[in-house]
Design a protein around this ligand. Sequence first.
Ligand code: GDP
Ligand code: ZN
Length: 310
Amino acid sequence: MRGLVVRNTGSWYEVKTDDDRLVECKIKGNFRLKGIRSTNPVAVGDYVDIVENKEGTAFITEIKDRKNYIIRKASNLSKQSHILAANLDQCMLIVTINHPETNLIFIDRFLATAEAYRVPVSLVFNKTDLLDKEEQQRQDELINIYTKINYPCFKVSAKLHTGMEELKNGLKGKVTLLAGNSGVGKSTLINALLPDLNIKTGEVSESSNRGTHTTTFSEMYELPGGGYIIDTPGIKGFGTFDMEEEEVSHYFREIFKTSSGCKYGNCTHTHEPDCAVLEAVRKHEIAESRYISYLSMLEDKNEKKYREAY
Ligand code: GDP
Ligand code: ZN
């Protein structure tokens, strides 16, 4: 029987079978995955084959090939990885202009990593009910920057349920990972999308200290309109993606596109003469904030200083 892994508690997996049952499964055999050493061979979002015994126990016997997956290093020193989710259609990054203010470098690093994973991302601007005129303007500026480079943007208030129809449309029929810094309203938004669920929000999540360790498990929820959302409690974004210095610019769409006009093929877009990217930044064709994020990722190649943020 084929099924979809929708929950992983560490010791067993909950699998939604093709005939629409939820079956608790253990793993049978030894799943060695090519290329990655993982603390969890099976992840939420995996399609698997299961075998059910007469005694009522069930085992996962095979993992189907993954379209993609995102990982997180078990720890900085460890070579082991934890697979957060597999087979994503897209990611939605929840951000807020204020209360708390989401850092633009964080957003751009997230987008760059998603490019590297080849997972499409949309931005969800939450807490729009809290914004004054100036903040609304700032939000529109950012939405302008990101829609211009083809990242869809949504404006919502998870609290007042505004903008939810557009968001639901964007989620329909897809497997979507929800990400965002703590406090941006991810839990509130999930509750708004799944009124029957009622997951903890606000202070409670602080005190229970969830997600500070790598034993955090992802959960997948089926949407009433079709499709799934995946929540990775306590995890703000993707794991770091090891990229070479030359590669960084490939993951900033507009910088990559513009770089074809640079004089030197190995241009880093920092100091070189006849650099089309620097020229575009000067002319405001490339947003300064995006360029600053690019520089911060370049620096990070040496200093690894922003790794903490992930
Ligand atoms: P999480 O850490 O991202 O899961 O954030 P929570 O969902 O726990 O929300 C953090 C706080 O922001 C809570 O006090 C929520 O009530 C509040 N909050 C979430 N969404 C909104 C919103 O759209 N508007 C307002 N005003 N508050 C919100
Ligand atoms: Zn250049």
